[in-house]
Every structure is written in C-alpha cells, then in structure tokens.
Ligand binder design. Structure first.
Ligand SMILES: Cc1cc2nc3c(=O)[nH]c(=O)nc-3n(C[C@H](O)[C@H](O)[C@H](O)COP(=O)(O)OP(=O)(O)OC[C@H]3O[C@@H](n4cnc5c(N)ncnc54)[C@H](O)[C@@H]3O)c2cc1C
Length: 374
C-alpha cells in the first residue's frame, strides 16, 4: 500500500511513525526545513503522552521538556484562586517534539522543501497522485492530508467548511531563565483578570526555557499590532502590572521573537475522509487553544488511522485486485472516522465552553479553574 502524507508537522510525522509500526512505509511531503520554532510551547497531556508511548517516543520527548504536576491560577494581584493537579503532563517546545519525531524516522521518508499543490484524480474520483511544487507527481493509493489548521486539502473532504478567525488572540513569547524555571518547578502558572477576556500564562518547556502567552479578547483589547515594539507596548499595557513572574518575564523577552496568533475555530467536520483522502491533525479539527489538546489529538489521529488500515488489510487479506483494494481502504477510513469523531466533537465543544468562560465577565469561583479541555 502506497500512502502519501501531506505535511510533516506533528500529525504528518506521527502518521509516518504509526504507519511504519503496522508495516506501511509512507512518503511525507513537507515544504519546511524542520527548524525548531522557539516560541511555540506545547502542553502534552495524558492523551498525547500515551500515544507517544505507543510510538516508543514518550521518554525522548519528556527528556526534552519539563514534567508538569499542576496548574496554579492567580488573580493579577497574586491572590491564589485555584489549582489543578495533573496526572501526566509535560511542557515541551513544538520544535523539539518535531525534532524527536523526525530523528526517529528512517532516512528517506520525509521529502523536505516540497509543497503539495493538488491531488490528481481518476475518472472515479479517487486521488491517484499529488502534484508537487518541484514539478514531481507522487503516486499513492491513500493520501493523508496533515497540512495544518489552514489546510487547503480540507476542502477535498469538506468543501463547505472553512476555519474562521475568532475574537481570541494570543501573543506568545519566550525567555531562557533557568533560575525562574527552577522557582516555578513543575507548574504552569496562570494569572487571569477577574473581568474576563485577559490572561497570562507561563509554561516551563525544559532546559530553562519558559514560554509565556497572553490570551486576550480582541473585541475588548485592540490588538492590531505588527511590529515587535507594538507587541511589546500592547503586552506591557495589558499585563504589565500583573504580579511576579510577569514583570521579570516581560523584562527579559526579546519581542522580535514574539508572535501574535489569531486563533481559528471550526465546527467538527461530518467525516474525516472522502474517497481515498483522509484528514489528520489540525487539518481534521481545529481546536481552540484552551483545550491544550491539538498535538495530542494529532497523535491520536495517527495511531487510529494506522490501526484502522492494519485491521482492514489484515481482515481483507492480501490482494492485487484494485476493486478489493479500494474497498479495504474505504473500510479503513470509515473505521477511522468512527473512531475519532466522537472525541473530536467533545474537544471542539469543550474548547468553546472554556472560551465562553474566558470571555465572560465573572468573578473567580471554584468551578472556573480548569483551564484545559478534555
Ligand atoms: C501558539 C500555539 C500554542 C499551542 N499550544 C498547544 C498546546 O499547549 N497543546 C497542544 O496539544 N496543542 C497546542 N497547539 C496546537 C498544536 O500546535 C497543533 O494542534 C499541532 O501542531 C497540529 O499539528 P499538525 O501537524 O496538524 O499541524 P501543523 O503543526 O500546522 O503542521 C502542518 C504542516 O503541514 C505543512 N504544509 C502546509 N501546507 C502544505 C502543503 N501544501 N504541502 C505539504 N505540506 C504542507 C506545514 O509546513 C506544516 O509543517 C498550539 C498552537 C499554537 C499556534
């Protein structure tokens, strides 16, 4: 079976690992060069870590990051308002996760520097090749679109669905501060404004690297900033008077390396495949940042897709008959959608619930302190 994976982010690389484990050697097409993005810190919770463990990669990823045991929430003036204990969680740079996933793959799986342009289809409507930016055509029996939240290939499966921008914006920065990282220990610290719509968080990501973020309601706080100076001014204006460790983090941040991120929202798709094209990762579901589940969900997609293919090929037996082969792929993709959709629907809904709570003007209370979705 020839599987072509389009996109070599967390989802695409995890698909490659999961497919190799069931005896399928895929090709991954990725335009980027695998350079770590220092500003993107990820929280991986149980779901993601369990999936990494089944790919044999949990220990490597945890070693690059920082185990987290709790999330402590404060008011801006430092009054503690809540704590959540975490069973199994880690903070890690997305770039380090991608490095580990890449380094553990055999050579020749990932074709870098190449962008997928379009799927070429036969008379029946099945994709048979992907046309790439270097002029090549990569043929396959199954295509897995892992091209991210603004996926172009999503339209091949759900043409009517587009991810829309939401009023939640996030500014992200990072510092290397081993002393502060030691002081924070295995804790994600969050400071939430009691009026809602504004929060600051800091995630230890290992080796003294701290990734901080400001979540803001863009309707209440103008955030049409473009330059490093504008981002710095906005962040200082919004959270400059929040308590320790905010001033220290802001004081040490090089805002040239900060980012403003417009979050996107997308209803759960009715299905995660059409014909012989499957979606995985953010291409399949865009989760609001509150869930902290995007990467974990991408890892889960990869494992379930490989499992469904393995099952269909095993049950259908080896065949050279194209009709039976197509039926096996169709059965596998039905299985995949069935396995993943309930959890995708749950995560989309929980992200929106957490967004609504974040935006709501409400006093802190004991039910408002769980800043992650399940
Ligand atoms: C600021 C921020 C904070 C986040 N925090 C968390 C968190 O705490 N926990 C968590 O679990 N998730 C978090 N996420 C979400 C997480 O980063 C994503 O869910 C995860 O990276 C999804 O991986 P992906 O591979 O599906 O998509 P991406 O990481 O977007 O990868 C898509 C890949 O496809 C490639 N591509 C695009 N177009 C093409 C094409 N035409 N041809 C070939 N390749 C193509 C891109 O180059 C890219 O490498 C966060 C995201 C952001 C932005």
């Amino acid at each position: 079976m020839r599987v072509v994976v389009i996109g070599g982010g967390v989802a695409g690389l995890a698909c490659a690992h999961a497919l190799l484990r069931v005896g399928i050697r895929p090709t991954v097409i990725e335009p980027g060069d695998a350079r770590p993005e220092p500003w993107k810190g990820l929280l991986l919770f149980e779901e993601g870590l369990v999936r990494l463990a089944s790919l044999g990669l949990e220990a490597r990823v945890v070693a690059r990051g920082q185990r987290l045991e709790r999330i402590d929430t404060f008011r801006p003036d430092g009054e503690a308002v809540g704590a959540v204990l975490l069973d199994r969680a880690v903070g890690v740079l997305q770039g380090h996760l991608i490095e580990e996933l890449t380094q553990a793959l055999p050579a020749g799986i990932v074709r870098r520097g190449v962008r997928a342009l379009e799927l070429l289809r036969d008379a029946r409507g099945d994709a048979h090749a992907v046309r790439c930016s270097d002029g090549s055509e990569v043929v396959g029996d199954l295509f897995v679109a892992c091209d991210g939240a603004r996926s172009r290939l999503r339209a091949q499966v759900a043409p009517e669905r587009h991810a829309g921008e939401v009023r939640l914006h996030e500014i992200v920065g990072h510092v290397d501060d081993p002393d502060l990282a030691a002081e924070l220990g295995p804790r994600l610290v969050k400071l939430e404004h009691p009026a809602g719509g504004l929060a600051f968080g800091v995630v230890p990501c290992g080796a003294g690297r701290l990734v901080w973020y400001v979540q803001l309601d863009a309707e209440r706080h103008r955030s049409d900033v473009h330059t490093a100076n504008e981002r710095a001014r906005l962040v200082h204006r919004l959270v400059g008077d929040f308590r320790h460790p905010v001033p220290r983090l802001l004081g040490r941040t090089d805002f040239e390396h900060s980012r403003l991120w417009h979050t996107t929202d997308l209803d759960a798709l009715p299905r995660l495949h059409a014909a012989n094209v499957a979606l995985a990762g953010d291409a399949a579901h865009v989760l609001l940042p509150f869930t902290g589940q995007g990467a974990g969900a991408a890892l889960a997609d990869a494992e379930e897709l490989a499992r469904a293919l393995h099952r269909a090929l095993r049950d259908g037996g080896a065949t050279t008959d194209p009709t039976r082969h197509r039926a096996q792929i169709a059965a596998a993709l039905d299985d995949y959608t069935r396995a993943r959709l309930p959890s995708v629907r749950r995560m989309v809904a929980s992200g929106r619930t957490l967004r609504d709570r974040f935006l709501a003007r409400r006093p802190h209370g004991p039910d408002s302190e769980i800043p992650i979705g399940r």
